[in-house]
Design a protein around this ligand. Structure first.
Ligand code: ARG
Length: 359
């Protein structure tokens, strides 16, 4: 175990110090220090610099992410020193405000304590901001993706509001303690009402989405150390909302209503009503975010940026790994270069991984 950890640490520190142009001396000193720490307490602590670089490289190595051109511009907030749920909740509020930045979204990660034999911090939310989903007699109300977490929140004492877009509370747990639950203050929530620039009826669907996707349930692994609570965000690519969250049959399932309102024959597959409805929904999402000054990227621009990333990586003599099934956008995939080439889905570290749900 301890040998495995030192091996992972060595690998990371080597590549990190090489990329950061550190001297052989600095590398040797640091490896000595790390081996001592591991012998004395069973684990080691990253320096602030190692932590920041690891979080960035973890993004660079995220095979499923099309937005990796900006990996080096991640804002890394080091909150490893926090010890109570209250302090962690305060830091999460700060993350939301800093990342949202009134719409000029800043890619940001806040990193809490690493996992040790006597400390584990967990954020139970999938994303810091997410809409509740309720099972009702007439089917699901809200976001079906949140059904089990919403039920968990209710069991922990959260008051359900039974709306279509209810923001869930934050749920934080340290060790085996009872999790703490808190509502996100209204003033921190930025949301975008979805409207269409020439279908006037579109706004009456009363659709909206939150501005910032902040993934909160993944582990960040750097040099054998795992950070179980390290919420991070970028900005949305339009299709995530317009071609999945609001469109999937197993999510908000809006295509039939939109198709109808567009006057399409939704009984006939060859009318391509789904495709037409999907296109207008995606146009509406991009238009609404843009008009409200909230950062968003369309899938064509995102693919071009990804191509730039591939070029830059090759200039740095690094190979790009990728998961084709996730990298292609769900709308018009073959119009992007990504569709037409193979990607190697090998997993490099540091990286972000799924972890088992605590509920
Ligand atoms: N697809 C997820 C959602 O729709 C968000 C995943 C992260 N996305 C991002 N652009 N950083 O909520």
């Amino acid at each position: 175990m301890i040998n495995d950890l030192f091996k992972e640490a060595k690998e990371y520190i080597h590549s990190c110090y090489r990329e950061l142009n550190k001297t052989e001396q600095e590398l040797d000193n640091r490896l000595n220090e790390i081996s001592k720490q591991i012998l004395n307490q069973g684990y080691y602590k990253h320096t602030a610099e190692e932590l920041e670089y690891g979080a960035k490289v973890g993004w660079r190595n995220s095979n499923r992410c099309i937005g990796r051109l900006f990996w080096d511009h991640l804002n890394v907030i080091d909150k490893r020193n926090l010890n109570t749920e209250e302090e962690i909740i305060e830091a999460l509020f700060e993350h939301i405000e800093y990342a949202t930045n009134k719409g000029r979204i800043r890619p940001t990660i806040t990193i809490f304590s690493q996992k040790t034999p006597n400390k584990t911090v967990r954020i139970w939310n999938h994303q810091l901001i997410r809409y509740a989903g309720y099972k009702t007699e007439q089917g699901v109300l809200g976001d079906p993706h949140s059904l089990s977490f919403t039920e968990t929140c209710i069991n922990l004492g959260w008051e359900p509001k039974f709306g279509k877009f209810d923001v869930l509370p934050l749920v934080i747990q340290i060790n085996e303690n009872h999790p703490k639950l808190v509502e996100i203050p209204e003033r921190l929530l930025l949301e975008v009402p979805i409207r269409h620039h020439h279908y006037n009826w579109f706004k009456d669907l009363n659709l909206k989405w939150y501005a910032v996707p902040m993934i909160a349930d993944m582990i960040l692994e750097i040099g054998g150390i795992t950070y179980t609570a390290a919420p991070f965000n970028g900005w949305y690519m339009g299709t995530e909302i317009g071609a999945r969250n609001l469109a999937d049959e197993s999510r908000y399932n809006m295509l039939p209503q939109i198709g109808n309102l567009m006057g399409l024959d939704i009984k006939s597959n060859i009318s391509l009503w789904k495709d037409r409805a999907l296109l207008e929904l995606n146009t509406a999402v991009l238009h609404s975010f843009k008009e409200d000054g909230v950062s968003i990227v369309d899938h064509h621009t995102a693919a071009q940026q990804f191509q730039k990333f591939e070029e830059k990586e090759s200039e740095s003599e690094r190979s790009v790994t990728g998961d084709w099934t996730w990298l292609i956008p769900p709308l018009s995939p073959a119009t992007t270069h990504i569709f037409h080439k193979p990607y190697n889905n090998e997993i490099k570290k540091p990286n972000y991984f799924y972890q088992t749900k605590p509920y």
